[in-house]
Design a protein around this ligand. Structure first.
Ligand SMILES: NC(=O)c1ccc[n+]([C@@H]2O[C@H](COP(=O)([O-])OP(=O)(O)OC[C@H]3O[C@@H](n4cnc5c(N)ncnc54)[C@H](OP(=O)(O)O)[C@@H]3O)[C@@H](O)[C@H]2O)c1
Length: 258
């Protein structure tokens, strides 16, 4: 394991950095001068990423091998957050494809544990130190599914929670110096769909975002104080149009999108 942080460099804790959007966040934050706390289940991939950023720019990483679907895994990360970090990216998440009532209940419960319970618990653990310091940033990765709940009802529900929770918390945090953002991407080119047993074959290639671009948009929106970040102009227009539609039409669009 790479030695833990010991100097005054800012520290960013990223959940789910072993692939996709989380890995892009970890690489970008390392390039921006942060030391990292990397949290996921795949120890080999965590070590490889820590080595990669150490070689690239001397970033030091702490590795927490945790399953965020378990109370023990969440408690390990919460303890580290309570000690203080500058940035928390609640990114780890997943979905299970299929008709809701035919899916295994245990799988659906794990999805809620990772997508919802972990986001709430880790935000709760990080905030006291951030509020005391009068600074800090939290990015909670939601999804465009928060606005267009189509198939995969329980997944969309988890992302509605993340979006609503984050926006409500932004009001509570007003004046504390702590920034919070709900990042709501559309389709992104990661392992997400394959892991969830879904296909993106029917999605037009132009609608599939690059994870590095998603991270660039999120961090630039964070700088300008946007509480909700929707990367890519096409998706912004889609969400804005969705807000103008009556619910029956939003549901129709959702059914075709997802
Ligand atoms: N890809 C998209 O189209 C898309 C669109 C909108 C929102 N999102 C959201 O973006 C976030 C990142 O997804 P992604 O697209 O980058 O998918 P991904 O490539 O599958 O990455 C998911 C990450 O989450 C980690 N993770 C999953 N379950 C975990 C658990 N129980 N405990 C700890 N870590 C866990 C995985 O690490 P390990 O396997 O090593 O544990 C991995 O690093 C998710 O919250 C997802 O809902 C994705």
């Amino acid at each position: 394991m790479v030695p833990p942080t010991t100097d005054n460099r800012p520290v960013a804790l990223v959940t789910g950095p072993t692939s996709g959007i989380g890995r892009s966040f970890a690489r970008r934050l390392a390039a921006d001068g942060y030391d990292l706390v990397l949290c996921a289940r795949d120890a080999e991939r965590l070590k490889a990423l820590a080595q990669e950023v150490a070689d690239a720019q001397g970033t030091r990483s702490e590795i927490l091998v945790v399953d965020l679907a378990t109370p023990e895994g969440r408690a390990t990360v919460a303890d580290r957050l309570a000690a203080g970090v500058d940035v928390l990216v609640n990114n780890a998440g997943g979905m299970s494809n299929g008709t809701f009532w035919e899916q295994d209940l245990a799988v659906l419960e794990r999805q809620i544990d990772v997508n919802v319970t972990a986001v709430m618990a880790l935000t709760h653990a990080a905030l006291p130190a951030m509020v005391r310091a009068g600074s800090g940033s939290i990015i909670n990765v939601a999804s465009i599914a928060a606005f267009f709940p189509g198939r995969g009802g329980s997944y969309a529900g988890t992302k509605s929670y993340v979006s609503g929770f984050t926006q409500a918390l932004a009001s509570e945090l007003h004046g504390t110096g702590v920034r919070i953002q709900a990042l709501c991407p559309g389709f992104v080119d990661t392992e997400f769909h394959e892991r969830g047993g879904a296909s993106t074959d029917a999605v037009p290639p132009k609608a599939i975002l690059n994870p590095d671009d998603v991270v660039t948009a999120s961090l630039s929106d964070l700088e300008r104080g946007a509480v909700v970040s929707i990367p890519n102009t096409r998706y912004k227009i889609l969400v804005m149009s969705g807000k103008l539609l009556p619910p029956v039409l939003t549901n129709w669009v959702s059914g075709r999108l997802f």
